[in-house]
Design a protein around this ligand. Structure first.
Ligand code: SF4
Length: 375
């Protein structure tokens, strides 16, 4: 394996491996983790946990690469679901006003701007339960997917529940990834959402995976859950037939008018602990530091990267909460020697992009594939 790793182009990465490879703990991509095992990882002294996560990160991925993603809300508010953290639910009185599905052109313009600013993944979110009765809207979204994908970007959507046929159509349009968060553990989930079951969420994730689309599924911290629920979430995704290619970790941003408006923010140490435990258990997954990042100090963000986070949302706005802007993020990354990931650089995502080999550096990707297979 070391011979293959030596082909990596990044000099710091090669240097690191030369010094530390022998001491990196052996970890394989496993799908049979027990909750007890994950709980023990989660409960380790934080410095030991972060060191272990950083070691696993360096074994499976280039830890100096961060994926820059930009998120756009293409249909805001008016959602019939009752997710108790969400300002877009029509069941709560919040500052978010409902709007119709956007036209194609402003969305493509936003994707163009994101690409110019260095984002390599563009994610489009629509606030609704599912696509039932939205035939024309779905056709418009399929066209958005085609056009963003045609720009050479990774393209992701989050559109609620999907049928297998809808997933297939999204795949044919060129969709790279689909976001459908499990949010929390199966046990705690009913305290947060009652209008859609955990198993319905898993069915949509199955449809996405079966269609050959990368799965983006993670959670939210600060919902009132306990450590065992954070562990339960990681356990749930670790036991999927394939680990999700992306695992977003959100810190709740309480929104006035929602049932969780008075929740205490999750502690920073719990956030780092969750990221690090996820990194150990999901070694080849992109771990996405998502909502709540803009309130964190740069040193706190850097510790999250050390613990294994390797993607951020950057730009003008998350779906409904503030986002750190591109220029600030670029300056931060420069200070820490971090580089942006190229589109389709992550091997697990690239693997699903048949026959799009021309859109990424295939030789580099083969090196990464060899590293993972050989590990
Ligand atoms: S999180 Fe999504 S599904 Fe839930 S209320 Fe908000 S927009 Fe609707």
């Amino acid at each position: 394996m070391l011979r293959l790793l030596a082909h990596q182009k990044s000099a710091p990465f090669r240097r690191y491996l030369a010094i530390h490879a022998a001491s990196i703990p052996s970890t394989v991509t496993r799908h049979d983790w027990t909750r007890q095992e994950i709980q023990e990882i989660f409960d380790a002294p934080l410095m030991d946990l972060v060191f272990r996560a950083a070691s696993v990160h360096r074994k499976y991925q280039d830890a100096n690469k961060i994926q820059l993603c930009t998120l756009m809300n293409i249909k805001t508010g008016g959602c019939t679901e009752d997710c108790s953290y969400c300002s877009q639910s029509s069941r709560y009185s919040t500052p978010t006003k409902a709007s119709r599905l956007l036209d194609i052109e402003p969305v493509i313009e936003a994707a163009r701007k994101a690409k110019e600013n260095g984002s390599t993944r563009f994610c489009m979110g629509a606030a609704w339960r599912d696509l039932a009765g939205r035939k024309r809207g779905f056709e418009r979204i399929l066209q958005m997917v085609r056009e963003v994908r045609g720009m050479g970007m990774e393209v992701c959507t989050t559109l609620g529940m999907l049928s297998p046929d809808q997933a297939r159509q999204l795949k044919e349009a060129g969709l790279t990834a689909y976001n459908h968060n499990l949010d929390t553990s199966r046990e705690f989930y009913p305290q947060v959402i009652t209008s859609r079951s955990y198993d319905e969420r898993l069915s949509t994730i199955d449809a996405v995976r079966d269609a050959g689309i990368s799965v983006c599924s993670g959670g939210i911290l600060g919902l009132g859950e306990k450590d065992e629920d954070r562990v339960g979430l990681i356990w749930e995704v670790s036991n999927m037939p394939e680990h999700p290619e992306s695992f977003p970790v959100n810190a709740l941003v309480p929104i006035a008018g929602t049932p969780l408006e008075k929740n205490e923010p999750v502690s920073y140490h719990t956030l780092v602990r969750t990221i690090a435990a996820a990194r150990v258990v999901l070694p080849t997954t992109i771990i996405r530091l998502a909502a709540g990042r803009n309130t964190m100090a740069e040193s706190e963000q850097a510790m999250c990267f050390m613990a294994g986070a390797n993607a951020i949302f950057t730009g003008e706005q998350m779906l409904t909460t503030p986002c750190s802007p591109w220029d600030e993020d670029k300056a931060m990354m420069d200070r820490w020697g971090l580089e942006g990931m190229r589109s389709f650089e992550q091997v697990n995502v690239a693997r699903k992009e048949q026959p799009a080999a021309t859109l990424f550096d295939e030789s580099r990707n083969k090196e990464r594939a060899s590293v993972v297979v050989d590990a």
